[in-house]
Design a protein around this ligand. Structure first.
Ligand code: NAD
Length: 352
């Protein structure tokens, strides 16, 4: 008999082409009347478009989000939101912008409306990150979980294939580790498998036909499921390694996930047989580690750490950092195995 705890903090989700049109009524529905719109500098026009739709419910835009939410950026955004008298935060963008919304909401408890434009999944999680003195710390708090999420696949049209592919692989990584999580449960396993199916069938289409809205919609659906899995069950070795490589070696987030995932799955192959079999079935292949490597290759995504800014002389340190504090993983973590995993990922070796 299985035993598990299912305790899902829920968001309201509006999904489909043109969902952004619903922004004003969704802000009103939360009882808010002055929303500040957050974005990165690159997505300023998206923020302006959202503010235009909000009309007199817009308190202004704040297009200053950057990767990993530096504490200085969070403080400046909190001050701007306060000065503008904002009672709601509209975050339009990827994980970096939604992360900035979370950093403000963590202090005020006011609601976030997230409008994701990548497949990273942050909009479905109560996880926040803040970087201080070069060190990124993460935490969980239900106050930062966006109250409402508007998924409008049209907003991903400007995401080129070379960013969309790794972003989708990042989402697949949430699903794969969700399948073998310490606190895995059958509901999240269903979402994880469906997320892998939706993303693995749609991402190659997006890369080949960037204007294909049906495929973009499918990928966004998969990203929603993946984000839900990430927010509900604990992750393991793969996420730990990516956090270390991103934080200490400044490697790009989604690309690091893309390169490491096949090797993390290979490492866990014999310790999480059922979960990894489920991942392979969802990918439609016999071998999950090889299937993930081949999918990344079809997407034209990076396959080797050496190609995304890692230097060979950092591998020993990365292996040490990833093994110095104990954490859950289906297969026990030890230096030699992790060092070999990183070596394989460095050269971009196909698993198996
Ligand atoms: P991102 O938000 O950093 O965006 C990368 C770049 O792409 C930015 O310049 C952004 O403006 C641009 N961009 C985003 N959408 C676009 C679009 N549709 N068209 C054109 N340009 C677009 O990238 P990300 O991968 O979404 O997020 C990565 C960050 O999110 C990392 O810091 C990661 O740690 C965090 N994250 C957090 C969680 C969580 O649960 N807290 C989950 C996943 C990721």
């Amino acid at each position: 008999m299985r035993t598990f705890v299912y305790d899902q903090p829920a968001s309201r989700v509006i999904f489909g082409l043109g969902s952004l049109d619903r922004l004003p009524e969704e802000v009103k529905r939360l009882g808010a009347s002055r929303a500040i719109v957050l974005s990165t500098p690159e997505q300023r026009t998206d923020a302006e478009e959202a503010a235009k739709r909000l009309g007199d419910m817009s308190a202004g835009i704040y297009p200053q989000a950057v990767m990993h939410v530096p504490i200085e950026t969070a403080r400046a955004a909190r001050a701007a939101a306060k000065d503008l008298g904002a009672d709601c935060y509209v975050a339009i963008g990827g994980g970096s912008t939604i992360g900035l919304g979370k950093a403000i909401a963590l202090e005020t408890g006011m609601p976030i409306v997230a409008v994701p434009t990548t497949f990273a999944g942050s909009e479905m999680t109560p996880i926040y990150g803040l970087t201080e003195g070069g060190v990124k710390k993460t935490g969980r708090d239900r106050r930062v979980l966006p109250r409402t999420v508007l998924y409008d696949p049209k907003l991903t049209l400007t995401l080129p294939g070379k960013i969309a592919g790794p972003s989708g692989m990042n989402a697949i990584a949430h699903c794969v580790e969700g399948l073998y999580a310490q606190d895995a449960n059958p509901i999240m396993a269903l979402l994880a498998a469906e997320g892998i199916r939706a993303l693995s069938r749609s991402l190659p289409v997006i890369v080949q036909e960037p204007r294909n809205l049906e495929a973009r919609s499918d990928a966004m659906y998969g990203a929603w499921l993946a984000g839900t899995v990430l927010g509900n069950v604990g992750m393991a070795l793969h996420h730990k390694l990516c956090h270390t490589l991103g934080g200490t070696f400044n490697l790009p987030h989604a690309e690091t996930h893309t390169v490491v995932l096949p090797h993390a799955v290979e490492f866990n192959r014999h310790a999480a047989v059922d979960a990894i079999w489920a991942a392979a079935a969802a990918l439609g292949v016999n071998d999950a580690a090889q299937g993930l490597y081949d999918l990344a290759s079809r997407l034209g995504a990076p396959l080797a750490l050496k190609d995304i800014g890692m230097s060979a002389d950092g591998l020993d340190r990365a292996a040490r950092l990833a093994t110095e504090n104990p954490y859950y993983n289906p297969r026990p973590i030890e230096y030699g195995g992790i060092r070999q995993l990183l070596e394989n990922a460095f050269w971009g070796k196909r698993p198996g």
